[in-house]
Design a protein around this ligand. Structure first.
Ligand code: PLP
Length: 376
């Protein structure tokens, strides 16, 4: 539900109601797996068993829901667990449309399980509206969008794409992990569902794996997602929920700096001779810069670059940095970069000379200095 408050205020105050009588300003972490029944037996609305519901999860879900301006949220033990629930909530026999460029693990989830779930899928360039419309089949029930996409940072026009999907009776889920609710709220552009890997910018410290689905309205499909969450049990622990909610309190301020550092790093990288191309939606040279400027408050903390050379040259450069660490994943306070194709494995279609860079919160001059010596 749309709040009249700004995201900095929402992040601090939403989901802060707690059930202990202490009146502590910080919420307690409640590890209990089970709860004592009333003398008259279990009463509707009481906590009963932690897999089903618990105070820390309720707080986290309220917080994520407010950040994304949704009506309800179901949190999960990882981003792929959240996507699993999303895909399992579509009816058997349905078709799911996915982007050509997307997180390789999301595609791999469908490659591995779509048959078992009784659904089919195909991919399309979601940045091309005509191609997107043509790719919708009579059985298509769900389209997944990623904007910016992983790893090419392609931008999909959310409002137009969601509008045409709805005209054809297709629901839309936006993976908002890269953009984050600081930069974009897909529900404002009509999305039915927003998905997050909370392991990234929302967690922000490379120490929590988690995921979430936020829904624009509590309809039958969201009820199915809630049932999958509770019965299948891929749920975050009370500690994970507590820690994630704690991280989110300062998320907007971290994200503002991620946006700024990444923007400066992208400007720096385009001046480097050993860099063939920089993918960053904030650069006027980005194919869909204008769409990004219209639908994003900032351009995000991720930058991808093509090295002038082959895969070995890219690997060599990745190996040379002293501050920027070599690792997959993203969204933490520390800068990470990786030779993306190596991380994606043998079926990767990512260019062999592509490096994906998650720009952290170190001083940007130190990052530029580290890059300059690595790119020499
Ligand atoms: N979506 C995107 C865009 C991602 O980058 C990732 C992970 O890297 C995921 C989903 C999956 O999230 P998790 O690793 O938390 O399962």
């Amino acid at each position: 539900m749309k709040s009249t408050k700004n995201i900095e205020t929402i992040a601090i105050h939403s989901g802060s109601k707690h059930w202990s009588g202490s009146r502590g300003i910080a919420s307690p972490m409640e590890p209990a797996t089970t709860y004592e029944h009333d003398i008259t037996g279990y009463q509707e609305g009481d906590f009963i068993y932690s897999r089903y519901e618990n105070p820390n999860r309720l707080q986290l879900e309220q917080l994520l829901c407010s950040l994304e301006q949704g009506e309800a949220c179901a949190s999960f033990s990882s981003g792929v667990a959240a996507l699993t629930a999303m895909f399992m909530s579509v009816p058997k026999g349905a078709h799911v449309l996915i982007p050509e460029d997307m997180y390789h693990g999301s595609r791999s989830l469908l490659e591995t399980f779509a048959n078992q779930w009784g659904i089919s899928y195909s991919s399309v360039d979601t940045t091309n509206l005509e191609a997107f419309v043509e790719a919708i089949q009579p059985e298509t029930k769900l389209a997944l969008l990623e904007s910016p996409s992983n790893p090419l940072l392609l931008i999909t026009d959310l409002e137009k794409t969601i509008h045409v999907a709805h005209q054809k009776g297709v629901s839309v889920c936006v993976d908002n992990t890269f953009s984050t609710p600081f930069n974009t709220n897909p529900i404002v552009y009509g999305a039915d569902f927003v998905m997050h890997s909370t392991s990234k910018f929302l967690g922000g410290h490379s120490d929590i794996i988690g995921g979430a689905i936020i829904t624009a309205k509590t309809d039958a499909q969201f009820d199915a997602i809630r049932i999958i969450q509770r019965k299948q049990g891929s749920v975050p622990s009370p500690f994970d929920c507590w820690l994630l909610a704690r991280s989110i309190r300062s998320f907007p301020h971290r994200m503002r700096m991620h946006n700024q550092n990444a923007w400066e790093i992208a400007q720096f990288l385009i001046t480097q001779d050993s860099v063939e191309k920089v993918f960053y939606p904030g650069l006027p040279s980005h194919k869909d810069h204008e769409i990004a400027a219209a639908q994003m408050k900032g351009f995000g903390g991720m930058v991808s670059l093509l090295i002038d050379g082959d895969g070995n040259r890219a690997l060599e450069i990745v190996g040379r940095t002293k501050i920027i660490r070599r690792a997959t994943s993203l969204g933490g306070i520390e800068s990470l970069w990786e030779h993306r194709r190596s991380s994606e494995g043998e079926h990767s279609t990512t260019p062999e000379n592509l490096i994906r860079f998650s720009v952290g919160l170190e001083h940007v001059k130190d990052l530029a200095e580290d890059l300059a010596q690595a790119l020499k």
